[in-house]
Design a protein around this ligand. Structure first.
Ligand code: SAM
Ligand code: SF4
Length: 335
């Protein structure tokens, strides 16, 4: 079998794979989904076995970090079976990190098992600490359930990073509360700029756009921000708050500041491989998975796709237009 690492045309080694295991979710966050979503028929989704083959093929090609996302990954039936099986690659050392992005609603149930199979860190999305606002932004979520889940994760020994979408007029007033809460609980905190995706009308999206440069400026009113060179190879830039020692991340997908070092690709729950979050180019991995129990065709398809990984993307909010807007939902590509 051909095990040479995946190197793209810009000499970037692809070592990080994000896989969406479902398009479904128990929340309906306004910036992510419409309230009445049409979900995919089950036959279109990769089975847990297919997901295992796919992830294992990538690991065989040098992927060292695997992040499972969705939709809400923990609502996929039997997902723990998948996690247990894929964790064999942690045991061999081929996989260095197995991790998860979750809305936290099911964590109270899953955290101990995830920790036991070798997961060390998870990302939990949380945009507000106010129960009413939480219900409004997630439409179907309950804050106390998520806070319980986060507490369970911490108790199980998982490090938690909170991901907060920065939304003007929504959580602007909670910036310092969120920082203080994360500080007190020992969670890292990363702000994400809202992206031109989902079903929101263009006006709402532009209304809610709170540039992270402004979030930083607001933080700097109260804290000394020390720039750090720390990077996780991903899109986040970090600062340390000198007064508390906390690390705060900023993900600004719209400002082209991370494409150069992009080492990641994504696979949707139907097996579409996206080489770039912001481009439409896609390779179908489901067909080769289903065509043969042998992985040769799958690997050839992956290699051909990586050879087309673009240099970067072109989201742009300038001149109050949403250029480079994507048709996909984040719940489809797996944010
Ligand atoms: N359901 C899980 C969760 O919420 O963490 C995983 C999937 S969700 C699509 C992954 C991340 O994408 C979440 O942190 C969510 O806040 C973020 N997201 C969704 N829509 C977004 C948008 N339009 N702009 C920026 N981030 C978005
Ligand atoms: Fe579900 Fe996550 Fe999208 Fe919210 S952001 S609707 S929790 S997939």
């Amino acid at each position: 079998m051909d095990h040479a690492p995946l190197i793209d045309p810009f000499a970037r080694r692809v070592s990080y794979l994000r896989v969406s295991v479902t398009d479904r979710c128990d929340f309906r966050c306004t910036y992510c989904m419409a309230e009445h979503m049409q979900f995919l028929p089950k036959k279109d989704l990769l089975s847990l076995e297919e997901l295992d083959r796919l992830c294992s093929a990538f690991i065989g090609l040098g992927v060292e970090k695997l992040r499972i996302t969705g939709g809400e990954p923990l609502v996929r039936r039997d997902i723990l079976t998948f996690f247990r099986r894929i964790s064999r690659h942690l045991e061999t050392g081929a996989l260095k990190e197995l991790t998860l992005t979750t809305n936290g609603s099911q964590l109270a149930r899953f955290a101990p098992d995830l920790a036991a199979l070798g997961m060390r860190r998870i990302n939990v999305s949380l945009d507000t600490l106010d129960a009413d606002k939480f219900a409004a932004i997630t439409r179907w979520g309950r804050l106390d359930q998520v806070l319980e889940g986060i507490a369970a994760a911490k108790a199980a020994g998982l490090r938690v990073k909170i991901n907060t979408v920065a939304l003007k007029g929504f959580n602007e007033d909670e910036l310092f509360d969120l920082v203080a809460w994360c500080g007190a609980e020992g969670h890292d905190l990363t702000f994400i700029e809202v992206m031109p995706m989902g079903d929101m009308g263009e006006e709402t999206r532009l209304d809610q756009y709170w540039p992270l440069s402004q979030v930083r400026a607001r933080l700097a009113e109260r804290f000394t921000l020390d720039e750090t060179a720390e990077t996780t190879g991903g899109p986040a830039r970090y600062v340390r708050l000198r007064e508390t020692g906390q690390r705060i991340g900023f993900i600004t997908p719209l400002t082209h500041n991370f494409c150069e070092s992009c080492n990641r690709v994504r696979v949707t729950c139907t097996g579409e491989l996206f080489m770039c979050l912001g481009q439409e180019d896609v390779a179908d991995l489901r067909a080769p998975l289903r065509a043969s129990p042998d992985d040769a065709q799958l690997i050839a398809t992956i290699r051909a796709a990586i050879a087309r990984k673009p240099k970067g993307h072109d989201f742009d909010y300038s001149r109050q237009q949403v250029a480079g807007q994507m048709r996909r939902h984040m719940s489809h590509t797996g944010g």
